[in-house]
Design a protein around this ligand. Structure first.
Ligand SMILES: Nc1ncnc2c1ncn2[C@@H]1O[C@H](COP(=O)(O)OP(=O)(O)O)[C@@H](O)[C@H]1O
Ligand SMILES: [Mg+2]
Length: 175
């Protein structure tokens, strides 16, 4: 499909093919999608414009800014791109690497007590490394739970996701 003037897509679906809705984010739908240019499967998280003439909310801009900063850790879900198609007066899209299972789903596959010790160790290690990385950037996640921890089954590691309510601490807390 032809891109709009200036090489900017008119809608995000010129660049990605949806494989279906996989979640409802706080601000819009999350789709499993394939990036047409690369064939890579991604999670496309939509942030709808509130439509009140005030622009995008601070939460959206915060998640984008923080994620761009935190992207270098293998223990944080990779932000591949940010798409602002021409229709971006209504939505912007964060493009994440696709991970097909969160920690809650993964744990539920095992009978209680039967998850391999090695896997538990790797997950705890991932969580500590990921949080250390996030904290080293003076960011607090504020929504750590099994829904927001994704399992990379190929590497058998955890990746921390959903920084939608995280905060940057720019000044040290007062003692
Ligand atoms: N990178 C991803 N890979 C696969 N699924 C994802 C990914 N990011 C989000 N999802 C799916 O979308 C849901 C909502 O996304 P999330 O980022 O947690 O937003 P929120 O909790 O703010 O609604 C998740 O619970 C998950 O099912
Ligand atoms: Mg979430």
């Amino acid at each position: 499909m032809e891109l709009g003037a200036g090489g900017v897509a008119n809608t995000v679906w010129e660049l990605y093919e949806s494989k279906g809705k996989i979640g409802s984010g706080r601000y819009g739908a999350v789709h499993e999608a394939v990036q047409k240019a690369t064939g890579q499967t991604v999670a496309l998280k939509e942030f709808e414009h509130p439509g009140d003439g005030q622009g995008f909310t601070p939460e959206i801009l915060r998640e984008v800014a923080l994620l761009k900063d935190l992207n270098q850790s293998r223990y944080v879900v990779d932000l591949i791109d940010v798409e602002t198609p021409r229709s971006s007066d209504t939505s912007i899209y964060l493009v994440f690497e696709y991970l097909d299972m969160n920690l809650g789903h993964y744990i539920s596959k095992f009978e209680p007590g039967l998850m391999p010790r090695r896997t538990i160790k790797m997950f705890v290690f991932s969580l500590c490394k990921g949080m250390a990385h996030i904290h080293s950037h003076f960011v607090i996640h504020r929504d750590l739970k099994s829904d927001n921890l994704f399992v990379d089954e190929k590497r058998m590691i955890l990746k921390i996701g959903d920084l939608g309510v995280s905060r940057s601490i720019t000044t040290p807390p007062r003692l």
